[in-house]
Design a protein around this ligand. Structure first.
Ligand SMILES: N[C@@H](CCC[C@H](N)C(=O)O)C(=O)O
Length: 287
C-alpha cells in the first residue's frame, strides 16, 4: 500500500498525519508501529488520523495512535498540528474548529501569528475516571489538593493525579535535568495502580508563571514536549498553590502557554504547530 503522509511537530513532539477525510484508512497496530519507527519507518511519537465529522456538531474527527500502535484519547500538541494541517491542506477555511476526539469535543483556534490555542476542556479529578486505584493509600494535602504516595521499588514519589482526557501523574522535582525520567518514567507508566497506564510528568517550578517540564509519555517514551502533560502540570501547580494564572511551560522542544481559571473550567493551551515535509511510504501488509 502506498500511503501519503505529512510529517509535523508541535514543540518537537512529532507526528505522522494521515488524511482519511476522502477515503477511510485502516492500519494494523504493526503498520502504525512501523510508521512511527525512527529507523525503518517515518519516525513519530504519535500518528494522527484526520477523519470526516461523525455528527453535525463537529467539523472533523481526529484519532490519535501512540508510537506503540495503541489508540489513545487525547493529544494536545497533536490538536494544534491537526488545526494547522486541515487549514494548510485546504480542508477547511474556519480558524476555530470543533473536533471530536475519543475523550470528547475540543475547540482549537488558529491564531494570526500561526500559533494555535486549544480549549482542552476541563480537567477530571475523579480518581476512578483517570483511572487511578488509590485504595489503601493516605494522601497528603498540599494547599487545595491532595498528592498520593506512589511506591516505586521501595521509594515514594508524591504524585498529583488527573485526567486531561488522558491520564497523568505529575510530580514536582527540584531540577528537571536531573529528574529520573528514564528510570522512574516507565515504572510509573506501568504501575499497577494505573490500569490504563499513565503519562508521567516531572515539573520544576521556576517561578509562579514559569515551569520546566519533562514527560515520559505512555506508549511513546520521553518526548520533547507533551501538550496534555503541560496542561496537567499547570493544573497541578495551580491547585497546589505553586503557580498563578497563566504559566509558561518550557519543554525541551519549545514553549507552551497554559491558562486555567480553576475547577470546572477549561484549560487553554497555546503553542506552535509546524509542517516538516510531505511524503509517500510503501507500507507492507502487516497483521
Ligand atoms: N503527546 C501528547 C499526548 C499523546 C498521548 C499520550 N502519550 C497518552 O498515551 O495519553 C500531547 O501532546 O498531549
Amino acid at each position: 500500500m502506498q500511503l501519503a503522509f505529512t510529517k509535523m511537530h508541535g514543540a518537537g513532539n512529532d507526528f505522522v498525519v494521515l488524511d482519511a477525510t476522502r477515503a477511510p484508512i485502516a492500519l494494523s497496530a504493526a503498520q502504525l508501529r512501523l510508521l512511527a519507527d525512527r529507523h525503518f519507518g517515518v519516525g513519530a511519537d504519535q500518528i494522527l488520523m484526520v477523519e470526516p465529522p461523525p455528527s453535525s456538531e463537529v467539523d472533523f474527527r481526529y484519532r490519535i495512535f501512540n508510537a506503540d500502535g495503541g489508540e489513545v484519547e487525547q493529544c494536545g500538541n497533536g490538536a494544534r498540528c491537526f488545526v494547522a494541517y486541515v487549514h494548510g491542506k485546504g480542508l477547511t477555511d474556519k480558524r476555530r474548529i470543533r473536533v471530536q476526539t475519543l475523550s470528547g469535543i475540543i475547540e482549537p483556534e488558529l491564531q494570526a501569528d500561526g500559533r494555535v490555542t486549544v480549549d482542552m476542556g476541563a480537567p477530571v479529578f475523579n480518581l476512578p475516571q483517570v483511572p487511578f486505584d488509590a485504595s489503601g493509600l493516605s494522601p497528603r494535602q498540599v494547599d487545595a489538593w491532595e498528592q498520593w504516595p506512589l511506591d516505586i521499588d521501595g521509594a515514594t514519589a508524591w504524585i498529583s493525579v488527573l485526567s486531561m482526557g488522558n491520564p497523568h501523574a505529575v510530580q514536582r522535582v527540584d531540577d528537571v535535568d536531573a529528574a529520573p525520567v528514564h528510570s522512574d518514567g516507565p515504572r510509573i507508566e506501568h504501575h499497577p495502580r494505573f490500569p490504563k497506564r499513565v503519562n508521567a510528568g516531572f515539573m520544576q517550578i521556576v517561578d509562579a508563571h514559569h515551569i520546566r517540564l519533562r514527560v515520559w509519555e505512555r506508549g511513546a517514551g520521553e518526548t520533547l514536549a507533551c501538550g496534555t502533560g503541560a496542561c496537567a502540570a499547570v493544573v497541578a501547580g495551580l491547585r497546589h498553590g505553586w503557580l498563578r494564572d497563566s504559566v509558561d511551560v518550557e519543554t525541551r522542544g519549545g514553549l507552551l502557554t497554559i491558562a486555567w481559571a480553576g475547577p470546572g473550567q477549561p484549560v487553554h493551551m497555546t503553542g506552535p504547530a509546524a509542517f516538516v515535509f510531505d511524503g509517500l511510504i510503501a507500507l507492507p501488509d502487516l497483521p
